[in-house]
Design a protein around this ligand. Structure first.
Ligand SMILES: [Zn+2]
Length: 291
């Protein structure tokens, strides 16, 4: 999807500095934040789907190869305020891309640089997820804004952008994660209403049909089953060990449920969650073997 969207420059920013277009799908404009006082280096968009670049100063050098995409919601009521914050040097946050509600894609940080979106986080035993990932902020007010649905054009743009990033960076589809997956005790974005199944149907992320949740399958598992489930979560990639305190385990279980069994996210190990994770691990194994 190579839809071009009208350029939008908020008065918050310096007037746009138009740059020559080196190719047909080049960037329309480079904008520098003036909120920060720091110089944000202009760059050319990595993705042809980005209709503009708004260079954030909040970046540094990567320390590891890119292997993940991390999806976020902005969690702010105003999308322009969210963009401004991601370009504000004092906020010390950024992402590589922002996807507006109308589907417009704005790039803030070059993919070769480390953006600051993940914070303290872990996946498959690795920390410094900022070094290892490309971060996409999706404009949505989030839990504090009563969890409004993500508009169709926005999700279509997220899917197209992720497919482009996966292809250009050689990232396997299951390596598309939620912020809540990599920081389960701190974060809950992009939220349990995020349409992971729709993304997966188009090759972005891994998703299996959640196991049914009823009185039997929703009953809490016994201690042995719960311990095995914790081990299986770690095997999938979640940062959890048997020695973690109960509240940490509950947060990780809830993060799994939020992403993969969103009908209930109470953080308790039930048989529906166990079966859903079993299906998920099998699906990933099939993906790895087939790769
Ligand atoms: Zn986030």
């Amino acid at each position: 999807m190579a839809v071009r969207f009208p350029l939008y420059v908020k008065s918050l920013y310096e007037s746009a500095e138009r740059v020559p277009q080196p190719q047909a799908q080049a960037i329309d404009v480079v904008v520098r934040s003036r909120l920060d006082g720091a110089m944000a280096s202009p760059f050319t968009a990595d993705s042809p789907l980005a209709s503009s670049v708004m260079a954030s100063p909040n970046l540094d050098e990567r320390c590891a190869p890119v292997e993940l995409i991390v999806l976020h919601y902005t969690g702010m009521p105003e999308e322009d305020a969210a963009l401004a914050r991601l370009c504000d040097a004092e906020a010390k946050v950024s992402s590589h891309y922002v996807v507006r509600e109308n589907g417009e894609v704005v790039q803030l940080v070059a993919e070769e640089k480390r953006a600051w979106h993940a914070g303290v986080s872990c996946w498959r035993g690795a920390s410094d997820i900022n070094s290892r990932s490309i971060g996409i902020e999706i404009v949505n007010p989030g839990h504090d804004g009563d969890c409004p649905p993500y508009p169709d054009p926005q999700i279509a743009a997220v899917i197209a952008l992720c497919r482009d990033i996966l292809a250009r960076n050689g990232i396997r589809r299951d390596q598309v994660l939620a912020h809540s997956d990599i920081a389960p005790t701190r974060k809950q974005d992009p939220g349990e209403w995020f349409p992971w199944g729709r993304l997966a149907a188009e090759g972005v992320g891994l998703w299996v049909e959640p196991a049914p949740l009823d009185d039997t399958s929703g009953a809490e598992a016994d201690a042995g089953e719960a311990a095995a489930f914790i081990g299986a979560l770690a095997g999938y990639g979640y940062g959890i060990t048997p020695a973690d305190p109960p509240e940490v385990k509950a947060a990780v279980v809830a993060a799994f449920q939020r992403h993969f069994r969103p009908a209930r996210g109470d953080g308790k190990v039930d048989r529906s969650s166990i079966e859903t994770l079993r299906r998920l691990l099998a699906a990933r194994q099939a993906l790895v073997v087939g790769a």
